[in-house]
Design a protein around this ligand. Structure first.
Ligand code: HDE
Length: 496
């Protein structure tokens, strides 16, 4: 029966008798100003888009469960990790990096792997990628780097010239660029790739002893990548194939899983590590720092509305929980500031009141007011501390051990001074690949570098070729040949 169906209403609940026909003076007359519902609909429609993420704009998300399978309480007192079998609800958002919200899922790009644990000590955000390293090691360089990943300010087109100019002038990028140009740069969807915290973090146990750790999420679906050709074909066939693959697998009860491992390095070991253990362009060898199993992450629930959950999700490396903390990794330090700032801009000062971002346990502080304050705003309780009225206290039992600083001399230290080995690890990575993967890597690099153009082409190509040669002579030769650069022409650019 019609009347049993839900009445359509305005946003303020007034029933709407005519949803499809504006009010006019006579059947052909002009629309009356008093047709408020028409205005409400069109005005809200104009305001449906919020600013997209400046990076990682295109993404897919799902809810799930993290289950502890191994006891690592000797490293951390984090409650969500303190009991085998303990389950914690999570939200995971995958993403590409450089593309806009409507871009293709098959772009050659790192993939975001942003994980929110809703723990009893507050939300814990581990905001990583599908690669263990990154292009740069100082956050000051991030805006410049991202500008080269986006559109040329003159042509408004993507530019291989910008990308390779930046990478060739910043040799610390070589490790990540090698991974990006391998077939792992075009993973088959999100279920068949690993996730990493990437940075070095710290863990603190119940005796307030600290170790440094790296996080690894190893896919249980097996690694599967697209070749460059398959990625091109997929872009034409289905721009959203990774999103479709994720929600379809969850709808079908085929829940994707990852096993969480950590690597552990003591403070002592940091002092003798061959490189800077906090340098985000370097990995720790798994031979020397073996993977220690922790638990299983399973995605098992599709959000019921994309915008509400995935578009409004807000992750921040600053959101750590008791037993997990930071390290002096400059990139991590830069991200601690940047993410909440991005959320306040994109979602407003009260972004943690949006359901996907809300801590399901107790939140108690004296922050008040601001746009979209929808949680009661503290009611009649005092909005200051200390006070003589409420029962709040500082949670001193959660204080971290005092931080021993490397040096009290504040300065702008050259990021590459006595830390300029940008070549051993990418070279090792190349030599680890089998022949087919080596050929794909060389072909992908040649394909990408062939797009370098303009008056500075040779200079940029030569500079980058020298980096490839420094990583591995065969790699350098393969790329030079593919680009048609004869060895004699390389002469003046070759590493002295
Ligand atoms: Fe991000 N990054 N990032 N990033 N990042 C953002 O936050 C930033 C970096 C990563 O699914 C932004 O909400 C700085 C490394 C992911 O919502 C922004 C630096 C790694 C996501 C931001 C980095 C990441 C972001 C954009 C250099 C892997 C998507 C919108 C210090 C370890 C999270 C936003 C999601 C998003 C800043 C570098 C991963 C602008 C300043 C390294 C997965 O705040």
């Amino acid at each position: 029966m019609e009347e049993n169906k839900k009445k359509i209403t305005t946003a303020s609940g007034n029933p709407v008798p005519f949803y499809q026909d504006s009010m006019t003076a006579g059947p052909r007359g002009p629309i009356l100003l008093q047709d408020f519902f028409l205005h409400e609909k069109l005005a809200h429609f104009n305001r449906e888009r919020i600013p997209e993420r400046i990076v990682h704009a295109k993404g897919s998300g799902a809810y799930g469960t993290f289950t502890v399978t191994h006891d690592i309480s000797k490293y951390t007192k984090a409650k969500f990790l303190n009991q085998i079998g303990k389950e914690t609800r999570v939200f995971l958002r995958f993403s590409t990096v450089g593309g806009e919200r409507g871009s293709a899922d098959s772009e050659r790009d790192p993939r975001g792997f942003a994980l929110k644990f809703y723990t009893e000590d507050g939300n814990y955000d581990l905001v990583g990628n599908n690669t263990p390293v990154f292009f740069i090691k100082d956050p000051r360089k991030f805006p410049d780097f991202i500008h080269t990943q986006k559109r040329d300010p003159y042509t408004n087109c993507k530019s291989a010239t910008m990308m390779w100019d930046f990478w060739s002038l910043n040799p610390e990028s070589l490790h990540q660029v090698t991974i990006l140009m391998s077939d792992r740069g075009t993973p088959y969807g999100f279920r068949h790739m690993h996730g990493y915290g990437s940075h070095t973090f710290s863990m603190i146990n119940a005796n307030n002893e600290k170790v440094f750790v790296k996080f690894h999420f190893r896919t249980q679906q097996g690694i599967k990548n697209l070749t460059a050709d398959e990625a091109d074909q997929m872009r034409a066939k289905d721009m959203d194939y990774a999103q479709r693959d994720l929600y379809t697998s969850i709808e079908n009860g085929d829940f994707p899983k990852w096993k969480l491992y950590i690597q552990v390095m003591t403070d002592e070991q940091t002092k003798t590590f061959k490189w800077n253990p906090f340098d985000l362009t370097k990995v720790w060898s798994q031979k020397d720092y073996p993977l220690i199993e922790v638990g299983v992450l399973e995605l098992n629930e599709n959000p019921d509305n994309y915008f509400a959950h995935v578009e409004q999700a807000a992750f921040a490396p600053a959101h750590v929980v008791d037993g997990i903390s930071f390290s002096p990794d400059k990139m991590l330090q830069g991200r601690i500031l940047s993410y909440p700032d991005a959320h306040r801009y994109r979602l407003g000062a009260n972004f943690e009141q949006i359901p996907v971002n809300r801590c399901p346990f107790m939140v108690n502080n004296y922050q008040r007011d601001g746009y979209m304050r929808v949680d009661g705003n503290g009611g009649s309780t005092p909005n200051y501390f200390p006070n003589s009225f409420d029962e709040s206290r500082e949670a001193t039992e959660y204080a971290e051990p005092a931080l021993l600083l490397d040096s009290a001399i504040a300065d702008h230290y050259d990021r590459n001074a006595n830390d300029d080995d940008h070549y051993t690890q990418p070279g090792d990575l190349y030599r680890l690949l089998d022949n087919e993967q080596k050929n794909h890597l060389v072909a992908n690099i040649v394909g990408a570098m062939s797009g370098i153009e303009g008056p500075k082409r040779d200079e940029i190509v030569m500079r980058q070729l020298c980096h490839w040669f420094r990583a591995d002579m065969n790699l350098g030769m393969g790329v030079a040949k593919g680009l048609g650069f004869s060895m004699d022409k390389l002469g003046e650019y070759m590493p002295k």
